[in-house]
Write a protein that binds this ligand. Structure first.
Ligand code: ZN
Length: 218
């Protein structure tokens, strides 16, 4: 087991103006910046699982990063806090304290190659369909293949729809024409850079929806 000194993390005493560096920089946290090492703040379970939304300097959403990575970007002035989180863990490093924010922004623009095809994931499909059943408009809980897979349907954007459990059960392996159902809206693959990010996000801070237009809460 690694014996390196853990960073101290406390949830007490939220710091006003979260994300501001306080005092002269000391490199304790930076010295431990190698992400292959395990940070070990046993008193802060959220610290290891919390994700922070990272925007490009142009405000375009790029990805999510670990809280640890976010703090390192802030300490190195590679990013600035865009949206603080009053409930975020406070990271103490000699002479420094930073409250883990919700959203950060790179200080310098980075070019990101554009990939046209958005991967079909449950998270992205639920966001495309706004967490609503494509048949009855109720709260979606599952994914339905419009043409059932047992009848040759593909697992593609134009054949998958968010669906409530009741409709999913009633439809079973039937075709829409066989039961007289129609879809509320045609099924299309989403397009736009931020959809790549959406396809990877499983759980998110509600404030992220201000920065990623496609995100809607379940
Ligand atoms: Zn339904």
């Amino acid at each position: 087991m690694s014996k390196h000194r853990p960073n101290r993390v406390h949830h007490r005493q939220p710091m006003p103006g979260g994300g501001q560096n306080i005092g002269a920089p000391r490199a304790t946290l930076l010295d431990c910046a190698d992400e292959t090492r395990q940070s070990s703040p046993p008193s802060a379970p959220n610290w290891t699982t919390k994700r922070v939304l990272l925007l490009n300097a142009s405000f375009e959403p790029l990805t999510t990063v670990s809280a640890r990575r976010a703090v390192i970007l802030l300490l190195r002035a590679r990013a600035e806090v865009l949206h603080s989180d009053p409930r975020g863990a406070i990271v103490h490093s000699a002479g420094h304290q930073i409250q883990v924010p919700s959203v950060i922004r790179l200080t310098v623009y980075v070019r990101v190659p554009y990939i046209a095809r958005v991967p079909l994931t449950r998270a992205a499909l639920m966001q495309r369909d706004r967490n609503r059943c494509g048949y009855c408009g109720g709260k979606a809980e599952t994914i339905d293949h419009v043409i059932p897979r047992s009848r040759g349907g593909t697992h593609t954007w134009d054949n998958c729809v968010a669906c409530c459990a009741k409709c999913n059960h009633r439809k079973a392996d039937k075709l829409l024409g066989e039961i007289g159902w129609t879809l509320a809206t045609p099924l299309r693959a989403p397009s736009g850079k931020h959809w790549h990010l959406v396809s990877k996000i499983r759980a998110f801070d509600p404030v992220w929806s201000h920065y990623v237009p496609a995100l809607v809460s379940a």
